[in-house]
Design a protein around this ligand. Structure first.
Ligand SMILES: [Ca+2]
Ligand SMILES: [Ca+2]
Length: 131
């Protein structure tokens, strides 16, 4: 995993994107692991296991679902699995870590429901599992 983070840091450095941790300390219920729109509230990431569609639910401060929005790309092949969501580039918005059945890993750096950048992090042997 350290190699993957290093590869992502190199990619972001060469493309001029920020990698330093942002100030995500505002917001009543800050959740950098699942906050896709940076409003300080955790959001829910859903995946349709038949179509591959990815959907995010955004909430208000009372826990009500405000909107349900499809993530940028309409379909992602079912050979891809969402392994983790976390803020990899320090912009206070959660990103999506994917792994293909063949071991290829990518990170979608997200801007809300839009995929800002897809970073290919290479291949991880099947004996290594994200924890
Ligand atoms: Ca949110
Ligand atoms: Ca991010």
């Amino acid at each position: 995993m350290r190699t993957l983070i290093f590869a992502l840091a190199l990619f972001l450095a060469f493309t001029g994107q920020a990698f330093a941790a942002g100030d995500c300390s505002t917001g009543a219920q800050r959740s950098v692991h699942s906050d896709f729109d940076g409003d300080g509230l955790g959001d829910s990431l859903w995946r349709n296991v038949e179509t591959g569609k990815v959907l995010i639910w955004f909430y208000d401060f009372e826990g009500n679902v405000l909107t349900r929005e499809i993530v940028g790309v309409a379909f992602v092949g079912l050979n891809w699995t969402i392994m983790e969501k976390a803020d990899y580039n320090g912009d206070c918005m959660a990103d999506i870590f994917w792994q293909h059945r063949d071991g290829t890993v990518i990170v979608w750096l997200m801007d809300g429901t839009e995929v800002n950048t897809a970073v290919n992090l290479g291949f991880v042997h099947e004996k290594w599992q994200l924890q």
